[in-house]
Structure formats: C-alpha cells, structure tokens
Design a protein around this ligand. Sequence first.
Ligand code: ADQ
Length: 458
Amino acid sequence: MSRLVIVSNRVPAPVKEGAASAGGLAVALKAALEERGGIWMGWSGKSSENNEPGPLSLTGEGKITYALTDLTGKDVEEYYFGFANRVLWPICHYRLDLAEYGRKEMAGYFRVNRFFAHRLAPLLKPDDIIWVHDYHLIPLAAELRQMGFKNRIGFFLHIPWPPADVLYTMPVHEEIMHGLAAYDLVGFQTDHDLENFAGCLRREDMGDAIGDGRFTANGKVFKGGAYGISIETAAFAEFAKKAGSHHMVQRARQSIKDRDLIIGVDRLDYSKGITQRLDAFERFVVNNPAHQRKVTYLQITPKSRSEVPEYEQMQRTVAEQAGRVNGALGTVDWVPVRYINRSVSRPILAGLYRLAKVGLVTPLRDGMNLVAKEYVAAQDPEDPGVLVLSRFAGAARELKSGALLVNPYDIEGTANALARALNMPMEERRERWQRMMDYLLEHDVTRWCDDFLNDLAA
Ligand code: ADQ
C-alpha cells in the first residue's frame, strides 16, 4: 500500500487515537495515516517575526510525520485572511456581496501555494498518494505538476461549490478551475456541488462531464465525485450515552428543569444563519404562547476568524440580538436564549445534544454540516429529539427522510417547524430518528475516507 501524504491548511495537534477531544475528521485521517504510514503537512498557525518562514518542523508520532511550516505575516494576511477567507469562502457560500477582490491577496494565495509545494517536494516519494484538503490549497497540485511530480493527487473540498454565474464573478476563476483540473480526483460534499462544477467547466467551454465520474478539461481527463463527509457515528453515540453523568451536563439538566431545550452549535460565521435563527426562535415564542416560559434556546458559538471585519461585526450583531430577544421576551424567572461564546469539549457537547429536544441547524449555505449528524448520533433511541435542518446544508441531501427541512430565510416557516418539532408524537420522532441513524451508521467518516482513497488509488 502506498504511503499517504495529507496536506491541509491547519493540522490537528497530535492526539491519541480515539481521544475525546479530537473531531471525527482528524481521527479518521489519522487512522488512514497510521495504516499506510505517511505525512501530514500544513501551516503551523504561526507567523514568523522576521518575515522569513524558517525551517519546516518535523515531528513523528508512530507511523505519522507531522510537517509544519510557519508563514510570514504578509502570507497570512494575503493568503489566509485575504483570498481564502475574503474571496473563496464568501464566493463558495454564494455571498458575492462580501467578496473583496484585492490583487495583492490573489497573488499572495498563489504564492503561498507555490511555497507549500516547494516545502513538500523534498519529502515526497514517487509512489506516495497525496490528498489535499479544502479551498486554501486548490492550486497545490498544479504547482507540484509544474515541478514534475507524477504522483496520484486528490483534492477534497469541504465547502460548497457554487454555480458558474457565482464563480465567474471572481477575477481569477480560470486559474482556480485549472487548479482543480490538475488533480486526478476532485471530491465534493454533494452531487449538487459536483453538478455546479460540471456547469462551470461547460460555461467557458473548458470541458465537461464524460460519464463514469470522469471529466475533461483542456484535453486532460480526471475524476470527480460526491463524497459526503461524516462523523464517527457509533463512537459519538457512545460518548453521548455516557455523557449524562458528566457534572457539566448534570448542571445543565438541573438548570433547564422541566423546560424543553433547543440547541444550536456553530462557529460564529455568517454562513451559519445565526441571526435568522434567533429571529425564528423569537417568532416561534410569540406565535406559540403555550410554549412561553417552557422552552430554552441554547446557542453555543465560539468566535472564529475575528481578524476578518465581517466576523468582528457579526460578533456584535449576534450578541446584541440575543440580548434584545431576552429583553423583549424574558420574565423575572425565564431567560429564553442562553448564548455562549466558547468551545465546549466533545463529551459535554454530546451530552448537551442528547438533552435537547430539538437540534436547530439552519445554515444559509453549508458544505455538509457535521453538527446535524452529531445531534442525530447523540440522541436517546427511546426518546429521540427532532432535527430541524436547513435545506441549504449538504447534510439535508442525506438526512431529508428524517429531519424537518426548512428554508432558513423563511422566518415564519422555521418558527412553524420548531412548533411542529416540539409537539411531535413519540412514534414519529422514533421513526424519523431511526431512518437518519441507520444512514449515519452505514455512512460514517471511516467509510468517507475509504471511499475517497479507493477511488483515488483506482
Ligand atoms: P465548519 O464550517 O466548521 O466545517 P461543521 O461541519 O458544522 O462546520 O463542523 C463544525 C465542527 O466543530 C463540529 O464537529 C462541531 O461539533 C464543532 N463545534 C462547533 N462549535 C463548537 C463548540 N462551541 N464547541 C465545540 N465544538 C464545536 C467545514 C464546512 C462544513 C463541513 C466541515 C467538514 O463548512 O460544511 O461539514 O467543514 O467537512
């Protein structure tokens, strides 16, 4: 079996396999690396002080070598906060209004990708299989090809892929499309993203789908597919079962008393639809007097990318809105919204999901959304809660048989779905949950990883 080389912008800290703190993706990729032996390369998260990136730092753990590089302050500014997070992220989430096309940032993005390729090159062996992750590193394969590397190289995009009309507003869209075509396999979260990609190829007569999951672009043939990412379903369910005895989860349970809990868990990001969700919760309470004082909405939202102005602005907007809703609806003995700006550990998170009667997952656009899957896996099979899920999350394509799908822009519709979820009879809740859980047990993150790597190696 060939050695595996994974490249992603950030590399999770070395943790023991199955450790409670690691997310499913890190656990699955580490398992694949352990099996084949390999390298995980990425940015250290640090910027060097003297504008020299310094040497590559190599550390070993079992059969895995972690290769981390610093970047210069200028690199971080232009590549990470600039092009990746102020152009590609908003464009891929259909937010043309938020994209900032600075020439400097675009150049910085391609420059850092070339730099990554040069850092990686001395570590590569001819039969290594290389798996590149996410929007930060689209041009990496093209850079490696230019340097003469013939290895199998695959790419997985964790975020949505937009239609041509959206993508082509971006000045360097051609380079980005050529960048993708340099891979042997390009993986998207859903068939919808894959169709959008084919549409982008067709729009500028660059290429097309030619059947059997193959595409042409500029005379070259490569593969593309939909590989919906998932979680460690069985392990997460086990966490959630045990988490009831955790003192934090017990405290949460006592504090809720006989109220119904609705839970939302997201990074603070405009794609997650948090302000629309707060509006929908408010509308639900106003429209349903019987639920007043009988429900608590817990929103757990760690800050993210605070250096990007839109995110900093959003921190203020959401905090103000949560305060306003509490001021308008709250009573001396009832705080309707509990808003927490921190991460919580995975076992506690699993326990809180299980306490909640409703998982409210309403992104405006999301590649997959693992919170939706974690919420389902954490439920008590005897008394499961209801998933209220945005139709614009990739997860909706997999969980539509069990979740209540909503349009997050439709505040009244989401409010109605909340009422329906909280009033749903036990039998219907069990049936819906079972359908989703059966799917997730079969399609877990290990299967996602194996499917992608098998197709890349084939
Ligand atoms: P994200 O946008 O980060 O991921 P998501 O898929 O929901 O979104 O993953 C978030 C992860 O962080 C989940 O495992 C969740 O439990 C965890 N998390 C969130 N808030 C937390 C908190 N307060 N405390 C602890 N943990 C928290 C991107 C794409 C998604 C895609 C994933 C994986 O945007 O669409 O599903 O990558 O491909």
